[in-house]
Design a protein around this ligand. Structure first.
Ligand SMILES: [Zn+2]
Length: 111
């Protein structure tokens, strides 16, 4: 199974995978899904998972902090006041109230 398929299957079960510091993958999800076997397999295949994530994010500003998918400006991604990105599916009304900025709008109105 390719790393991108593994990422897809884990996401279907609510797991978030994002690149972290030092060539590591940050993994968040329920313990029901992230068993010690799954965590060990992810750890063994970390370089392949990172490479697959890099391919997915190519041409985008980066990953959504909430779901780990690419945050496409064209699909409503916003940048939070913290600097983190949220994809269009994950932006919440509270984010907008807190001052998040649409990436597309930021580009159009930028300097
Ligand atoms: Zn998202």
């Amino acid at each position: 199974m390719r790393a991108s398929d593994v990422i897809g299957r884990l996401r279907e079960r609510g797991v978030v995978l994002v690149p972290g510091a030092g060539d590591h993958v940050v993994v968040r999800g329920s313990d029901d899904v992230l068993t010690s076997e799954v965590r060990a397999a992810l750890s063994r295949n970390e370089p392949a998972v990172l490479a697959a994530l890099a391919v997915e994010y190519d041409g985008t500003p980066g990953p959504c902090v909430r779901c780990g998918r690419a945050a496409w400006a064209e699909y409503g991604a916003e940048r939070m006041p913290s600097g983190e990105l949220a994809c269009g599916d994950c932006v919440l009304p509270g984010d907008v109230e807190a001052g998040s900025v649409p990436l597309a709008g930021a580009r159009e109105n930028g300097p």
